[in-house]
Write a new protein. Sequence first.
Length: 253
Amino acid sequence: MTICPDTHYQSLVDPVEKIKLEMAACLRWADRLGLSEGICNHFSVEIPNSPGQFLLNPQGLHWSEIKVSDIITVATDGTLISGKHEAEPTAFFIHSGIHRNVSSATVVLHTHMPNATTLSCLQDGEVIHCTQNSLRWFNRISYDKDYNGLALDHQEGNRMAALMQGNRVLFLANHGVIVVGPNMAEAFDDLYYLERACEIQVKAMQTGRPLSIINESHGENAYQQIMNDRTQCYSHLDAIIRILLRESPDFAE
């Protein structure tokens, strides 16, 4: 599939092709932002009207080179349904466990992005509500406090899913983060602003001065304000795709 830079992706008729385009764009953009790590980490999206099947970036490709045609389709039992690449084992076990067990997880994004992972490596490291960006998840972040090695079986994926407890973010001890959402626009926007919140917190902590904590009532109110209007998420993704179609149109192939 080739899309001209001046063609708006919303014109795509096939919903699966549209999701693949969004995935490829977000993977490319995440790499530009320094949120990728080698050829590791993974994004996945459930296929509409196809229970038990999800799209996944494949094993062995760097996020900077991902194209729409590289996205693979896998089943939650591990079967490769379509695609010219294989699934990375930990990707399959993490993502299949969350897609199966977390009803709100249409999209699952897993990264080792630096500032969020920094907090996951601290004893009692958590997001502290000292910055407005953190209020997107005010008192609604889950934490896995026990590092259990690589996720190479269904038990580990299921354990992570159980820890989410209805929240959109799970910090994995000594490992990284998982962000889930109803679609790529909202999930990627959350991933981006989570890393920004963690970056500002880490920098503030490095000053050695006390953090200024936002009070409960203002924090909860801001959370409700943010969640009541998510249009910015869609505008953010639209902008990313416009830029990539202009600067790196090969990602849409």
